[in-house]
Design a protein around this ligand. Sequence first.
Ligand code: AQP
Length: 321
Amino acid sequence: MTRRLTGFQPTGRLHLGNLLGAMLPLVDDQASTESIAMIADLHAMTMDHDPSQVRSATLEVAAVLLAAGVDPDRTPIIANSQVPEHTELHYLLECVAGFGEAARMIQFKEKSAGDRPVRLSLLTYPVLMAADILVHDAGQVPVGDDQNQHLELARALATRFNGRYGETFTVPDGVRPESAARIMDLADPTRKMSKSTPSAAGRIGLLDPPELIRKTISRAVTDTVGVVRDDPQNQPGVSNLLGILRACTGKEPGDFTSYGALKAEVTDAVEALLAPIRTRYAELADDPAYIRQILAEGKARVRPRAQATVRRTRAAIGLLD
Ligand code: AQP
């Protein structure tokens, strides 16, 4: 069975886009697909960061994954920093990666623009991302459009290494799980809902209280057309609300006579989805030792394969065992 790796960066509070685009598809497919849920805490080091915030965000992501229905008996939950083979393979892959191909990454260009000093890890982290995937022999990686370039790098490095040093890595494919939805910012529906958007006005946090969720949805940007139609080109805000409703309920939305009626139904659907996650999260958050244990068990489950991959890679590239 092809293994799938789904990653989450602990770089802020998780939002509805993370849930509908990545977490629920992972939960939906876990009976039929072998998956690993990876928290990319090492990636959070590539920008200015607060150590205690990264630590608590890592535990929060793990707890939200569990609260959303990830079954740790089926799907190991790991932090990439806790599986040292990720960083060892990162270095070995850097030895087949070119400076130019790392510097071409759009996210590097965007995040390094301006006068602020840039960490070297920001340049090299797409290679770490390749290591995250290849170390587990993952054949499938769910990716959003903005991560395509990084997946292509992982494919290129795996193919290049295999060509030069002999068959070592599974070359991963990007996949889009059937149920994955792309959720746009409610204040600016032309861009995706994101953890790092400075304003929270367009974002629904997974742990936001119901009153805040109601307010955020009631203020969602629509248009002056006055008709509820799924037309992302001309009515991106309304179409996004319909998309959220569809993803939350798993059903085709009915007809609406006003934007207010649509927003009311979206609010109810989001609340129905998030309320049980919030309740379960509150129980889990009371027990950080349990979350750490889940991460330790995840690590123990995945490590033998990761160690075998690194052993294979070292031997192929010419290192002593
Ligand atoms: N708006 C979204 N709609 C659908 N899926 C989304 N994902 C993120 N935003 C949306 C998916 O969530 C998973 C985890 O994302 P990530 O933590 O790797 O970070 P990201 O893709 O860069 O998403 P963010 O939330 O926008 O983070 P920042 O602001 O830190 O860059 C991925 O599968 C992603 O596709």
